[in-house]
Design a binder for this molecule. Structure first.
Ligand SMILES: C[C@H](O)CC(=O)SCCNC(=O)CCNC(=O)[C@H](O)C(C)(C)COP(=O)(O)OP(=O)(O)OC[C@H]1O[C@@H](n2cnc3c(N)ncnc32)[C@H](O)[C@@H]1OP(=O)(O)O
Length: 767
């Protein structure tokens, strides 16, 4: 008898919900139920599912079971399939155990059965790197027993089960297979190597090491002992901060094109906030009030869930983008071009002269060749992709493009203004006019053209064909149709889009700005450049603020910095350290000297000369070494560097530049390199509490100046002791009508805003 098992589907069916993964075998355990598990006072005893149900009921049953896998078999889904007596799959199905991406380990026996089916090295690769395999590879590995086309899948599985019952095929219990396991000594060596690699790849993560221990326990003490160890470890890990952060990230990433304070973290934790609201306590005397709130919030949840206000709530259908022009073939332009041609968009690459054009096209070729080298692209597909690129030195060929992306190297307002005047002249009237500027206000860029509704920001991150984030910036005039079109492109080129409002620096660079600024402030007052970078890297950032400035280059740092000085003078720390270094032709990695010295292989080493420049900058700023700041502890460095980032993130939220906190979490992780296992900037900040962050910033602002002054948003939440992720100021009206109204309501004018504020801050209504 074959059973087509879908774990998530069945869990959702128990809860009376429709499944979101129609037609697929299983996406694994319902991740949104983790919140319930974390909060539950009483939990099922460890091993109930993995030992009693999956092992002792399914695998040990007197009826054989055969998994018929089409589409996806991930996590708990694959684990259930592995407990069946055989598995059939379609050639294109995806099979994997991605649990480590969620801060947990496989919890339904995957740590024991996968090594026994595919051997230890492959199992470790699949589990530790969360790397799925296609049906074809699964067959060659022995993970599935047969490959079948989708139409024949269920019938073949039924017959397979009958054959097992009739002893025409082997009746296998994967848990007790030993033929694929390496001898103990060899296995231990493999595990030792895996541990060293895990420590090196993610020194702050504990769960990969736990996973290796659990696998080892099964090999040393037998699979049932391994199952029990797995169950205990799973139980602990599911409660960990890493798991909470990564689950938040899972839903936040999928929620960037959705809106509302009730999705994101709340959805991620499995229960509607509605369930948490103590209506009865608030309205003991007034039942109608209770129902009113239920109705109100219920309607609200329905209206807001699944839309970007004013954009995806208008029933607009994305227009077909057939050809895209890119202005500028530098590092960024060629990266964007690569991302587009990889998704089959024909592109025109425009440069100002033949030399630059050739260089741009060669960069695209190099990007593609590196994919060929890594086995991600065939030579045939390379030729196909590169044939989609047409070079141009003028605007004549722009007459039939549907979208232009301006990627001029320099962040220069007048240059960009002229480019947009030319674009308006040459491009067809429907053409989307996008700029990849990372900092400049789009209203300034588009000041001299008429079609302001076609202007949009498409801020990619370098290298654009690899980095997953696309910041889509809309001005008040940008038409919703244009945003819908760009959202559609972002989906097609596999980017995570975050729609933000227009201002200097948008969301990501607004948050990034204080990161370098505060580092300069601390160094001028005695902190050590290299210690700051070390601590911040240990915290989990890809590099510290000084190494980053070296990488970006001082030219870019000064150009973007001047935009911030102009626009936010009250909170800009005006250090002369970078200009002083640049004056001496130390402009970062490209000149082999910046905050660090660089060798031929771009390896950075500290420079003893740096202290002279710091002293000079200190003199210009008129500050002296503060003994406390010269001896900062790790914890203090982390807080002093990141709390100003949190402060700016709060301003970005308060101004409505980001629609919700989870979008800033995603922006920080994908745009700034904030460690994913900390859940994003606001999620991480909320683990300290708004009161603590406010008090620290307030203290520093008294000691070291306005730069640290906590903003009103932070102060308000600290006063009420509520989390920073809560947007208390959004009204029903704003949600229904879109962006402009959000801004109106942010001035606290609306009746609904007041009501919601009450609701979200959980204050009791005074009747
Ligand atoms: C005990 C066990 O060992 C523990 C586990 O099994 S933990 C779960 C392990 N499984 C996973 O990690 C798989 C997670 N899911 C994914 O990687 C991807 O969603 C996928 C590859 C299944 C599908 O990707 P894609 O087609 O791009 O669709 P995607 O937008 O991601 O997901 C579609 C919807 O299904 C939801 N979803 C996907 N997998 C889910 C899961 N395991 N639980 C709950 N919801 C899930 C998504 O949240 C999304 O919901 P939305 O439409 O409301 O936003």
């Amino acid at each position: 008898m074959s059973r087509q098992l879908s774990l998530q589907n069945s869990f959702q069916a128990w809860r009376g919900e429709e499944t979101t993964l129609k037609g697929k075998f299983s996406g694994g355990f319902d991740i949104s139920a983790f919140g319930g598990i974390q909060e539950a006072k009483e939990r099922p005893k460890p091993g109930l599912i993995s030992v009693e149900i999956i092992t002792d009921t399914i695998e040990a049953a007197r009826k054989p079971s055969v998994a018929a896998i089409d589409g996806l078999a991930l996590g708990g889904g694959l684990e259930v399939a592995m407990a069946c007596n055989a598995r059939l799959s379609t050639p294109t199905s995806q099979l994997g155990l991605p649990e480590l991406q969620l801060g947990i380990i496989p919890g339904f026996g995957g740590t024991q059965r996968l090594p026994r089916l595919v051997g230890l090295p492959k199992a470790l690769e699949m589990i530790l790197a969360s790397k799925p395999v296609k049906g074809k590879e699964a067959f060659s590995l022995g993970l599935v027993d047969g490959l079948v086309q989708p139409n024949d899948l269920v019938n073949t599985a039924r017959q397979w089960a009958l054959d097992i019952l009739g002893r025409r095929r082997p009746w296998v219990a994967s848990l007790y297979k030993t033929d694929k396991l390496e001898p103990l000594g060899e296995a231990r060596e493999i595990l030792k190597f895996a541990r060293a690699q895990a420590r090196q790849r993610a020194p702050n993560l504990y769960h990969p090491l736990v996973c290796i221990d659990v696998i080892e326990a099964g090999i040393v003490a037998g699979p049932r002992a391994g199952l029990w160890k797995e169950a205990e470890a799973f139980e602990k890990l599911v409660q960990s901060d890493t798991c909470k952060s990564l689950v938040h990230l899972f839903f936040a990433q999928r929620g960037t094109t959705k809106y509302g304070m009730f999705c994101g973290v709340h959805k991620g934790f499995g229960s509607s906030p509605l369930e948490k609201v103590p209506f009865k306590e608030w309205f003991p005397e007034c039942l109608s009030g209770y129902w009113y709130w239920i109705l109100f919030i219920g309607v609200l949840e329905r209206i807001i869930y699944g839309v970007v206000p004013g954009v995806t709530d208008r029933g607009l259908v994305p227009r077909q983008i057939k050809k895209v022009a890119i202005l500028g073939g530098g590092l960024m332009g060629s990266g964007i071009a690569t991302a587009l041609i990889l998704s089959n968009y024909p592109i025109i690459l425009k440069e100002i002269n033949g030399k630059f054009l050739d260089a741009g096209i060669n960069r695209i070729k190099a990007n593609l060749k590196s994919r060929v080298k890594k086995g991600k692209m065939t030579k045939e597909n390379f030729e196909k992709a590169i044939s989609l690129v047409t070079g141009s030195l003028n605007y004549e060929s722009f007459r039939d493009v549907d979208m232009v992306i301006e990627v001029a190297v320099i962040e220069n307002v007048s240059l960009k203004q002229q480019i947009f005047v030319d674009l308006e002249k040459y491009c067809p009237p429907h053409c989307i006019l996008a700029s990849n500027t990372s900092t400049i206000d789009l209203n300034l860029i588009g000041e001299k053209i008429k079609s302001k509704d076609r202007i949009v920001g498409a801020h990619f991150f370098s290298p654009a064909h690899i980095m997953p984030l696309l910041e889509i910036v809309r001005t008040k005039q940008t038409s919703p149709q244009v945003i819908v079109d760009v959202l559609d492109i972002s989906k097609k080129i596999k980017k995570t889009p975050v729609v933000v409002g227009n201002c200097t620096g948008f969301a990501v660079n607004r948050m990034f700005f204080p990161y370098t600024q505060v580092a300069l402030l601390l160094v001028e007052r005695g902190a050590d450049v290299y210690q700051i970078d070390r601590v911040i890297t240990k915290f989990g950032m890809p590099m510290g603020p000084f190494r980053l400035v070296d990488l970006v280059g001082f030219g870019v740092a000064i150009a973007t910095g001047s935009q911030f000085i102009q626009n936010f003078p009250e909170r800009t720390y005006k250090s002369m350290l970078i200009p002083l270094l640049q004056e001496d032709k130390r402009a970062g990695e490209t000149t082999r000297k910046g905050f660090y010295l660089y060798d031929d292989k771009r390896r950075a080493s500290p420079d003893p000369e740096l202290k002279n420049y710091i002293e000079k900058a200190r003199g210009i700023s008129g500050v002296s070494v503060d003994p406390k700041l010269a001896k900062l502890q790790e914890k203090d460095i982390i807080e002093m560097i990141f709390f100003p980032v949190v402060n700016e993130a709060c301003r970005v939220l308060d101004e409505g530049i980001a629609v919700k906190a989870a979008d800033l979490d995603i922006s920080a992780i994908m745009g700034m390199g904030f460690p994913p296992y900390r859940g994003g900037i606001i999620f991480w900040a909320d683990s300290f509490g708004s009161k603590y962050i406010y008090s620290r910033l307030q203290k520093w602002s008294e000691l070291y100046g306005e730069f640290f002054k906590p903003c009103a948003y932070l102060a308000a939440r600290a006063a009420k002791g509520i989390p920073l992720e809560r947007l208390a100021n959004v009204s029903l009206w704003s949600l229904a009508s879109g962006w402009d109204c959000v801004q109106i309501v942010l001035s606290h004018d609306s009746f609904f805003a007041a009501l919601l504020d009450l609701f979200l801050t959980q204050e009791k209504i005074e009747t």
